[in-house]
Ligand binder design. Structure first.
Ligand SMILES: Cc1cc2nc3c(=O)[nH]c(=O)nc-3n(C[C@H](O)[C@H](O)[C@H](O)COP(=O)(O)O)c2cc1C
Length: 311
């Protein structure tokens, strides 16, 4: 109950931030069902045009739209700038300003080095914002560092997750209980959680809540194309392959073009594959959980099904 009380939600089911695959409609549906909806970078967008100003304006618009669709709490994802990635610093300040001005109450920070992100976390905390931190490559050590940096909760993502993979090939099953033993703040489990059984397993390992990505892509409210949702429903876990992109490894549904070695270079291909539904030139990145997803559901159904694990 600690996490529910902290976030002001009924059930600790959190819809994960997913670059192009989030929107006001999805976030509001999750929050209205009693979970926590999240707006990720590029939420609700159909293209990446407009540079920093275009991105920040669209982000503000999506926040306002979400507020018009729900009076329940929701969160936004803030990507902490990454050392050596100049573009991440270009976006960091304007996005932080937007978060403060739009009076967001819960922020999920994600990053690759908590020690470099502490100043941003401090500014969010000083503004009275609840901060949940997700280290992209979580370990026991950086989880303890996040707790010391003053975040309110952390998300632990195992290597089986969708999106950019952890540098460490450690599963949720192995890492989660080590972290829940090591820190005193609520720990939220991510990676491969898609139904009641997996949510219950996370709870048994000490998780205070679950952070779910792939399952929410296969919902009616998700902005993913219909053929992407159908591909998730149809895929078997063993059909997923890992490919390398400039921003890191991702796990994708194998298509002919990927198996032939094409389509490996751009993270932009996620939009092409998942939002535009062009599976010849783009990719569909999901977790192994996709193999267990049997139908397209409403976001409310997903929240209700998973929340049974916590009742
Ligand atoms: C298509 C896709 C895009 C993602 N984009 C982001 C992102 O922009 N920022 C982020 O912190 N995590 C991102 N993730 C990771 C999710 O937030 C989450 O950790 C992951 O989906 C959990 O594993 P699951 O898919 O097995 O539920 C993405 C995941 C997917 C599947």
């Amino acid at each position: 109950m600690r996490l529910q009380a902290l976030l002001g939600i009924d059930t600790p089911v959190i819809q994960a931030s997913m670059v192009w695959l989030n929107s006001a409609e999805l976030a509001a549906a999750v929050s209205n069902a009693g979970g926590l909806g999240v707006l990720g970078p590029n939420a609700g967008r159909q293209d990446a045009g407009g540079g920093v100003t275009g991105t920040v304006d669209a982000f503000r618009e999506e926040i306002r739209k979400t507020k018009s669709l729900t009076d329940k709490p929701f969160a936004v994802n803030y990507l902490l700038p990454i050392e050596g990635v100049d573009i991440s610093f270009k976006y960091a300040e304007p996005l932080l300003e937007a978060i403060l001005q739009e009076k967001i109450s819960i922020v999920i920070t994600s990053g690759k080095d908590i020690s470099k992100g502490e100043a941003y976390i401090r500014r969010l905390k000083d503004a009275g914002i609840i901060v949940i931190h997700r280290e992209i490559s979580p370990t026991v050590e950086n989880s303890i560092m996040a707790e010391k940096a003053g975040v309110d909760a952390i998300i632990i993502t195992g290597h089986e997750a969708g999106g950019h993979l952890s540098d460490h090939r450690i599963s949720t099953l192995v890492l989660l209980p080590q972290v829940t033993d090591a820190v005193n703040i609520p720990v939220i489990a991510a990676g491969g959680i898609y139904n009641q059984k997996t949510a219950k397993a996370a709870m048994a390992m000490g998780a205070a809540g679950v952070y779910v990505g792939t399952r929410f892509i296969a919902t009616f409210e998700s902005p993913a194309s219909l053929n992407t949702k159908q591909a998730i429903v149809n895929v078997l876990s063993e059909e997923l392959v890992e490919i390398n992109t400039p921003a890191g490894d991702i796990r994708v549904i194998a298509t002919e073009s990927i198996l032939a070695g094409r389509g490996e270079s751009e993270v932009g291909v996620i939009k092409k594959g998942m939002l535009d539904g062009d599976h010849q030139h783009g990719v569909i990145t999901v977790s192994g959980a996709a193999g267990g997803i049997a139908k397209i559901s409403s976001a409310r159904e997903v929240v209700c099904e998973l929340s049974e694990a916590f009742s």
